[in-house]
Design a protein around this ligand. Structure first.
Ligand SMILES: CC(C)(COP(=O)(O)OP(=O)(O)OC[C@H]1O[C@@H](n2cnc3c(N)ncnc32)[C@H](O)[C@@H]1OP(=O)(O)O)[C@@H](O)C(=O)NCCC(=O)NCCS
Length: 333
């Protein structure tokens, strides 16, 4: 009998500090940089984003989202036998944010201590990270190497932003989303598709690195917005078509597009190319901004908890990010 993986619970978490466009525009103005609320809304669709306070890390956001996903799945942390965290903003250089998360899950209650021993690792594929993590977890479950996986996207992108750069500081936010995947005889994840192309490293990057106790190079985000935009629009269509073909589905079979929430115009363009009306798109970009690897699971959890996404419906998840990386998944929820 074919073995599949299936989502049995979703959860998400946003830090409480909500930062509006008006606040970002005022912050830029204080530095003598011109921007405007209408520009941000028209060019990106973003109205607000959430930023962490000092001392809060990706693993803290991941922990909150994971607790909600476990609760929605109706299982204890001790049942999890694989943890993957997608992040480009890890708490430390090492150990991985996934290991730190596992330690926090052990502390939930007496029973949860038994999660110790479960393999835990991070995946770094920037904004495509959650699709990569989902793809790897699905493969391990289908191969019989895991039974219940916790797959998380968690980011504190606010720490990478250059608030002197109006072209990037308005776009990103912090947050986390999580899903619990379980081995199942019924599908589940129908198809995943992941790719990268290293010749585009410099169009979206944080070029700094740690060496000899110092940060060398620039540790703030750099982006060629137009190049990213063009590439994103064409690659998202390609990967979405590939995943749907692998799953044996057509656009008419998709109930919800759950896209990476980078920019409303990229989302609209992909939906149009896929022949999906905007009524079938889960949108959170207006409230979350681009939360990188957290954006897809945050949107998924929002769709589930708002009652839009229902059991048995077909979902198309897709994203692009630095690397350049891109990928998609077709899922029966
Ligand atoms: C960044 C992005 C919103 C810029 O929008 P755009 O329509 O391409 O705008 P342009 O880069 O052509 O810039 C147009 C003008 O707006 C200006 N501008 C940029 N940011 C601005 C801001 N926050 N406020 C006001 N003006 C701004 C530019 O400096 C430029 O001014 P100029 O004509 O005087 O040089 C857009 O390119 C984008 O979304 N790219 C993809 C980014 C992304 O999603 N990255 C993550 C992928 S995972």
């Amino acid at each position: 009998m074919t073995r599949y993986s299936r989502i049995i619970g979703t959860g998400s978490f946003l830090p409480s500090r909500r930062v509006t466009n008006a606040q970002i525009v005022a912050q830029l103005a204080n530095l003598g940089i011109e921007s405007s609320e209408p520009w941000i809304v028209e060019r990106t669709g973003i109205g607000a984003r959430h930023f962490v306070e000092d001392g809060v890390f990706s693993s803290d956001l991941a922990f909150e989202a994971s607790k909600k996903a476990l609760s929605a799945a109706g299982i204890g942390a001790e049942e999890i036998d694989l943890i993957i965290v997608a992040t480009s903003t890890p708490d430390m250089v090492f150990p991985s944010t996934a290991c730190i998360l596992q330690g926090k899950l052990q502390g939930m209650n007496e029973a949860s201590k038994a999660i110790a021993g479960a393999p835990a690792f991070d995946i770094q594929a920037v904004c495509s990270g959650f699709i990569y993590a989902l793809s790897v977890a699905d493969a391990l479950i289908c191969a019989g190497r895991a039974n219940k996986a916790l797959v998380v996207g968690a980011e504190v992108f606010s720490r990478l932003l250059d608030f002197n750069d109006r072209t990037t500081s308005v776009l990103f936010g912090d947050g986390a989303g999580a899903v619990v995947l379980e081995a199942s005889q019924s599908p589940g994840i129908l198809a995943t598709d992941i790719h990268s192309d290293g010749k585009y490293t410099d169009i979206l990057c944080v070029p700094g690195h740690v060496s000899g106790g110092q940060i060398l190079g620039d540790p703030l985000l750099k982006m060629n917005g137009q190049a990213v935009f063009k590439l994103a629009v064409s690659l998202l269509e390609q990967t979405a078509l590939t995943s749907m073909k692998k799953a044996g589905l057509e656009s008419k079979d998709i109930d919800w597009l759950v896209p990476h929430q980078a920019n409303i115009r990229i989302i609209q363009s992909t939906a149009k190319k896929m022949g999906l009306p905007m009524e079938k798109v889960i949108l959170t970009v207006q409230d979350h901004g681009n939360t990188s690897a957290a954006s897809i699971p945050l949107a998924l959890d929002h769709g589930v908890r708002s009652g839009q996404i229902k059991k048995g419906q077909n979902l198309l998840l897709e994203g692009v990010g630095g690397g350049f990386t891109w990928g998609s998944a077709v899922i029966t929820y």
